[in-house]
Design a protein around this ligand. Sequence first.
Ligand code: ATP
Ligand code: MG
Length: 455
Amino acid sequence: MIRKFISRVLGRKGSDKRDEPALIAVDQHGLQREQISRGCRQTVEDLQQNGYQAYIVGGAVRDLLAGLTPKDFDVATNATPEQVRRCFRRSRIIGRRFQIVHVNMGAETIEVTTFRGHHGEDGAHGGNTAQTDAQGRLLRDNVFGSQSEDAARRDFTVNALYYDPSSETIIDYHHGVADLQQKTLRMIGDPKTRYREDPVRMLRAVRLAAKIGLAIDPAARRPIREMADLLDNVPPSRLFDEMLKLLTCGHALRCVTRLREEGLHNGVLPMLDVILEQPRGERFVVLALEATDRRVEEGKPISPGFLFATLLWHQVLATWEPLKNGGEPAIPSLFLAMDKVLHVQAEKLAITRRIAGDIKDIWALQPRFEQRSGKRAYGVLQQLRFKAGYDFLLLRVESGEVEQEIGDWWTEFLHASDEARAAMLLPAAPGMAKKRRRRRRRASEDTGQNPNAGE
Ligand code: ATP
Ligand code: MG
């Protein structure tokens, strides 16, 4: 309040320290221009040669300073999207709400964003309330602005660093370099306001803290628990994207543990508490997330379908078993349980249809691994998702849900020669053949056909 009053009396410029950033030279920050991808350096250079300001910004600068390999490189510039597009033959404008430009440089795609301006935060810029919903969530963020304004609308101080490869200088408006050195994740501005504008920032806080090994500054951490419910107001498709980032950042286990500690999991994985309370649920989820983190470290691809299938499996079991024990037929009741679980989950995260299909394929294969006789085992091998289903089975074995012997059998069967496979097949369970014959006869009686026709 006092600061606002002084700034109004003195005029904003004099008191707004953010307008005078620290310029940090290479001997202080240590980031070398060779660490920036060739395509990204070229993009910045071309924009600068055309007379525009251009910097590498955000996650890439942060990750390099923290000693991590950046996922991708983002460029911020004062050129408008149209001006950027004119600088690069191989570029296109994407996005309608806030346009960005994708510049293709060889195999790389560089995302170029025009500096964004203020959006009426705190009513300080004309109280532009039409841009937010009743909870204070920003609905639009499409005003171009200066670099200092662009820095102020980023979320955390460590994400508001601009690196100029030509001078090798970092422009730091919010003490981000110092925060990174002190291993602190600090919000720019008032954390509550910033979470209200965009509740996904709470998830980003958890993910970035886990990924870079930072402590969330108490001022940014404290409001999370009481504001966690604001996630209910975020579009499920956005939550899905963010959850996927969180689960594939290489520290999924740490992130999910932290989500739970902060009370954020209710908004994204509503069944997590129940799942972790299942006798083997916690062990299964921990094993699955550890395996995911290992795969990320080894640079192997992560299948979102597999990931969500593991997270939700024990809820499927908990829903399926009472149905089965109540005398419902096993397979139809499994499908019923699968649909129920995915339906509850879909209220929070918009799992895409394709991924939901993958999840169901993996789950539906599980009872079939128990069938190791005759043609059935070969049928399982030929399933499109066999490998994912088999990996899933091994996790179930490891967690103690399925007998070791079944996992070993499939491992052997998978790698065996044709003859060895044939020798491995178990005799059909007594009564099975009879049952199958009886079923066939009944079906043909219904259709009036001869049961033995064609045999
Ligand atoms: P990573 O790429 O590792 O997921 P990142 O910080 O680069 O992390 P991006 O989603 O690529 O995340 O965003 C790029 C930059 O845009 C961020 O560093 C931050 O400055 C800004 N940003 C992203 N999301 C938000 C947000 N919800 N609120 C404010 N600024 C954001
Ligand atoms: Mg990024």
